[in-house]
Design a protein around this ligand. Sequence first.
Ligand code: UN1
Length: 505
Amino acid sequence: MFEDLLKRLGVGPVESGACHVRWIEDPGGEEIASLNPADGRPLGRVKLASRAVYDEVVGQAAAAFANWRMTPGPRRGEVVRKIGEELRKHKADLGLLITAETGKIRSEGEGEVQEMIDMADFSVGLSRQLYGLTIASERPRHRMMEQWHPLGPIGVITAFNFPAAVWAWNAMVAAVCGDAIIWKPSPLAPLTAVAVQKIVARVAEQEGFPGVFNLCLGSIEDVGEPMLNDARLPLISATGSCRLGYHVAEVVGRRLGRTILELGGNNAVIVAPSADLDMAVRGIAFAAVGTAGQRCTSARRLIVHESLYETVVGRLAKAYATLPIGNPWDDGVLVGPLIHEPAVEAMQSALRRAVEQGGEVVAGGRRLDRPGCFVEPALVRAKPGMAVVAEETFAPILYAIPYREIGEAIAIQNEVEQGLTSAIFTRDLMEAERFLSPEGSDCGIANVNIGTSGAEIGGAFGGEKATGGGREAGSDSWKAYMRRQTCTINYGTDLPLAQGVRFDV
Ligand code: UN1
């Protein structure tokens, strides 16, 4: 069954992980297997790029950029529109591949492809809206304007948990902005990257723009580090852990390159006394156990008003007890496996520490006795100040903390080092507005009566503090993929200087 799926996507049993104007048959690096986290069996194999092939890919991308940057924006948008059309045709198959490789359930696998399609559509519109400004000049017969130019070939580093959508957030926007893209995907989801690249490279070639979209799957030594140090790449957009982000910021910063960082989250949901509890419980459950807690937006902390604490914890514990955990391909399953063994171990270790620090596991937490990386999502009663609660464990653990008044809830919500997403369930207008005010949530995303995960692409996505500060996808995130130029034009016959300075020679 799986072989047929790969065949329909044009992916062979052993694939190359490197593509520029054409696929590089032998990219020179070692061969890795992609494992199905639901049973540990290999889904396919991919050959990594060597250091020399990395250099070749960037060289080709730079050459393609020289032509692409002079192609009108709306024409670039047309190429992206065709990519969106192809993604639509392959939505079901790509969704299944994402499910097989990451373990996310089928509707989430397809949802991720939808997110790519949405990004293509958004970017097509954007391709006619890369607006600059006209600025009033202080000098007579002068015109000032601000315009936006393509930036260059850029590096995009993505994580396993959204192996396709996060690439699309970056690549679809960057492409209409006139950049060429070099994609370094996660080695934990290489087949999804190969399948997406097959589609995109085909369209780009048919449209006469090979080399705009490039793939370079490789090790940290051969591809990752060279990419960060490569002065040919003015921008590196990286998604992953805070640890990764500190390193990327430091290395790219040393050469004064730009970064867009989308790192960890330790996201909280506040449940206030006036909350609609049915809605809150559903919203929390999706945010905490959806994608088996492996979204950067997953809810990891629950801050509940003391008057509702027992009720909310009780209702969630009941919901957790009947969660359908199993093969993500099967209908009705809501929780698939974790990505690999180290994730299972990290979860078990965090739960052990939680108990040592005075927490109590009230639901779930065990590993299932079957092949694959299956765990029961865990709900933990926690006390304020427990050290483990401040950590982002990339697994379904939800720590429930009581609070007395809203100011205290907001302070708890803000006390972690990350600042990605946040949510409050309340029907009290003043409380909701306080949460959204400058003294409210300190996160890049703040929701009212919605959980922490599942953002739409129309908004700018990203967070503050140790989340890295980058913004991707909608709104005016495109500006990070372009360079701004301020131009002043003198159409007079005099040469007046700004600020009234006189310099007569
Ligand atoms: C991520 O986990 O890296 O808001 C991104 C969400 C998704 C994206 C998550 N649209 O949950």
